[in-house]
Design a protein around this ligand. Structure first.
Ligand code: TRP
Length: 363
């Protein structure tokens, strides 16, 4: 892969905070899509380990982030990202990503930041109140830098990231109005078309799978852990006896089947039904037990996660090679983003020492 951005291809950028191993929410929300996009060969894709963003609410615990850099890298490779097709890099080692937010922060109002629904929800969950770090409040600006530094047109994400994309579009449009068009690109989200995948519920039925809620299935969970988690999943509390009519809506077992199962899975593991619609119909009518549903879900998930676990194990054997790969990816990211940074500085007109019209005025 050449070190400058491949301008013939549409550019993709996305990333994850390295605060823990990646879970199924990450996988269906975005990671699976990135692998698909990578394999079309039609895009120049950048995937970033967002350690600077992770620091915005972990300033006192940088060790947690250090420990998860290689964990997340392994999750990426296990899921099927390939370093010679996708550029994987570390945010904190790309200087343009700390410089651009300084310029962008002048194009965003405090009240606009305060209206960001995702940030609002995160602040509430963390009980920040008056101890809210400035860096956390402004991370959407930094995220706009992540996206625009690479001139990314597409950002594959879960739907909680839509406010960040919207904020980025506004920054780009303000920048273009003031400093001129033609440098920054307005990005678009790529969301999963399956609504169960846009924001995967937790195993406890909570609206979001999240490490802090302890309701996650991790990509690296072994077969036994996975089975345990599935067997103890929350289902329909009103479905007490097998013969009782059940509810499939808001029932995480059925939401996961919606997200993961295919008609082939029915042929292989659950031939009583042709597809999920038939199975749901039986559950709703009464007569289909939760145990049977969970066992089926377990078969589906084990089959999906087994190759991911195997690849993880393979890649984990050589940590030195992983680091080397990250370093190379980061070098490419630095070069590509520095080109954008230089253009931004020129557009703002602070390129005093190499701007001929400026210099001619004085010497
Ligand atoms: N906010 C994302 C998350 O919480 C991580 C992230 C940082 C990101 N920069 C990005 C995602 C740029 C997409 C594009 O996981």
């Amino acid at each position: 892969m050449s070190n400058s951005a491949n301008t013939e291809k549409k550019i993709i950028l996305t990333g994850d905070r390295p605060t823990g191993s990646l879970h199924l929410g990450h996988y269906v929300g975005s990671l699976r899509k990135r692998v698909e996009l990578q394999n079309t060969g039609e895009y120049d894709q950048f995937v970033m380990i967002a350690d600077l963003q992770a620091l915005t609410d972990n300033a006192d615990n940088p060790g947690k982030i250090r420990d998860n850099i290689l964990e997340v890298t392994l999750d990426y490779l296990a899921a099927g990202l390939e370093p010679d097709k996708t550029t994987i890099f570390v945010q904190s080692h790309v200087p343009a990503l700390t410089e651009l937010p300084m310029f962008y922060s002048n194009l965003v109002t405090v009240s606009r930041l305060e209206r960001n629904p995702t940030v609002k929800a995160e602040i509430k969950m963390r009980n920040f109140e008056r101890s809210l770090p400035v860096g956390f409040m402004t991370y959407p600006i930094s995220q706009a830098a992540d996206i625009t530094a690479f001139k990314a047109r597409y950002v594959p994400v879960g739907d909680d990231q839509l406010p960040m994309i919207e904020q980025t579009r506004e920054i780009v449009s303000n920048f273009n109005r003031i400093y001129g068009e033609g440098i920054l690109v307005e990005p678009e989200a790529i969301l999963s078309s399956n609504s169960a995948c846009k924001r995967l519920v937790g195993t406890d039925g909570n609206a979001k799978m999240s490490k802090s809620l302890g309701n996650c299935i991790y990509l690296k969970d072994d077969a036994k852990t996975l089975k345990q988690k599935i067997m103890s999943m929350y289902t329909d509390p009103l479905h007490i006896n097998v013969s009782d009519p059940g509810h499939t809506e808001n029932n995480p077992v059925f939401i996961y089947l919606e997200a993961f199962s295919t008609d082939d899975d029915f042929a292989n593991f659950m031939p009583d039904y042709k597809n999920l619609a038939e199975m749901k119909e039986h559950y709703e009518r009464g007569g289909l037990g939760d145990m049977k549903c969970k066992k089926f879900l377990n078969s589906v998930m084990q089959q999906m996660l087994e190759p991911i676990r195997q690849r993880r194990e393979e890649y984990a054997k050589d940590k030195g090679a992983l680091l080397e790969m990250l370093k190379k990816g980061t070098e490419r990211a630095v070069e590509v983003s520095n080109e954008t940074l230089a253009q931004v500085r020129n557009a703002i007109g602070i390129n005093y020492f190499d701007d001929k019209t400026f210099l001619d005025k004085y010497i």
